[in-house]
Design a protein around this ligand. Structure first.
Ligand code: GLU
Length: 416
């Protein structure tokens, strides 16, 4: 039986695929060193677990209002107003959904139309390398993705000039992800201000429908001296920015599948109302007892957050120093999120001890898993120069980082 073109042509998520493969090997008793999952190894904060258990005990097991219950929407509106400093945000500007992926999916569905017959699609401008699901989620909504390439040398950041050149009357979305998955880089407040200035100028002239979608999921995992800034806090673009966030990474709550999106001013309110209709026709609402846990985390787990951040900072130093010591591997120092993204392309064209030809990051990741029992994400699906890189999540203990870097160094050294 035929399936839709939409799903038949959809690429599987490379990150999820490697995570699943590593989990299956582990379940089969293979001792895999897993650097694939973008998922903290820490437990969720105790206050969050206690609050969720108490909410279950209090029978908070019914449907919620579609966009979230009033208490949670109010808490997020306050979070976004105070921590992100985004202006003109009320509970009506907030929608709670099932993880940041769903928030992105709903947002793209609300911003793009499939192109009408004979018309060119609207475009999403995407600095690359970028997380593997941004492009497919936008394409599912009918977007054409326009990559804006970055390099290790440019700190994986686009410049205002590059952005200005890429914007056309068909530009609908500029995707900004800072701190970045997979590059672990961040835009400084000044750099964001310069990008916002370009967006504001172009929106007033050639691209009136341009919206910034800001994925700030790693906002609290920063340790390199660059403060996190929300581009939506900049008045010139606040009312054309949708900001997406959630507790998954910062509060070690990935499996709770919670996230939110928020807008500002009149456009933000309209967008949230429209997106709520989509949520009402899809998941109805998120579970109330998990929201009790998220409220507790956001209100009472700052100490947990600080402790995890301190660990990530140590791990970033460790993995950076170990990877930098491997001959011909180029790596940028992670300053936010928890990924190392080394360029391993100097080793392409060689052969592994197991006889596998290493022509790409995918080949290298495959051989590492088979021959070294070590799971990393190959960089091809991150776009741009990602094809020369592998991603290693350092959301794991220091002993694993030491062992993994040792195995990687030995493996690369053994290629002939
Ligand atoms: N966001 C995480 C990652 O990049 C989890 C998997 C996914 O959703 O892509 O590894």
């Amino acid at each position: 039986m035929r399936l839709s073109h939409r799903v038949s042509s959809l690429k599987p998520s490379a990150t999820v695929a490697v995570m699943n493969r590593a989990a299956a090997l582990k379940a089969a008793g293979v001792d895999v060193l897993n650097f694939s999952a973008g998922e903290p190894d820490f437990n969720s904060p105790q206050v969050a677990k206690d609050a969720a258990v108490a909410a279950l005990g209090a029978n908070q097991t019914k449907y919620l209002p579609t966009a979230g219950d009033p208490a949670t929407r109010a808490l997020i509106a306050e979070f976004v107003s105070t921590r992100n400093r985004i202006p003109n945000v009320t509970p009506d500007h907030v929608l709670i959904t099932a993880g940041v992926k769903m928030a992105l999916y709903l947002t793209m569905q609300a911003l793009f139309d499939p192109p009408a017959a004979g018309q060119a699609p609207m475009e999403m401008l995407l600095p690359v390398p970028a997380w593997v699901s941004f492009a497919p989620i936008a394409e599912l909504a009918g977007a054409k993705v326009v990559e804006m390439p970055t390099t290790t040398a440019s700190g994986f950041k686009i410049t205002p000039e590059q952005l200005r050149k890429a914007i056309t009357p068909r530009s609908r979305v500029l995707l900004i992800n800072t701190p970045s998955n997979p590059c672990s880089t961040m835009y400084t407040p000044d750099e964001l201000a310069a990008l916002a200035q370009v967006v504001a100028e172009c929106a007033a002239t050639i691209a009136p429908e341009l919206v910034i979608v800001a994925d700030e999921l790693y906002q609290h995992i920063v340790f390199g001296g660059v403060p996190h800034k929300s581009i939506g806090s900049i008045p010139a673009v606040a009312e054309r920015t949708i900001t997406i966030n959630g507790p998954g990474k910062s509060y070690a709550m990935t499996g709770w599948r919670l996230g939110w999106l928020s807008g500002s001013g009149e456009f933000g309110k309209q967008a949230v109302a429209a997106i709520s209709k989509l949520q009402g026709q899809t998941i109805t609402s998120v579970p109330g007892f998990s929201l009790a846990g998220m409220r507790a985390a956001l209100s009472h787990a700052d100490a947990d957050l600080a402790a995890m951040r301190a660990q990530f900072a140590k791990r970033a130093d460790l993995i950076f120093s170990r990877l930098s010591a491997i001959p011909k591997v180029q790596v940028a120092k992670p300053i936010g999120a928890f990924y190392a993204f080394p360029d391993v392309s100097a080793y392409f064209g060689k052969k592994s001890p197991g006889g596998k030809a290493i022509a790409s990051a995918g080949d290298l990741a495959g051989a590492l898993l088979e021959e070294q029992k070590m799971a990393v994400v190959p960089g091809e699906d991150f776009g741009g120069c990602g094809k020369n890189h592998i991603r290693m999540s350092f959301a794991c203990g220091e002993a694993q980082i030491e062992e993994g870097c040792k195995r990687l160094a030995a493996f690369l050294g053994s290629l002939a």
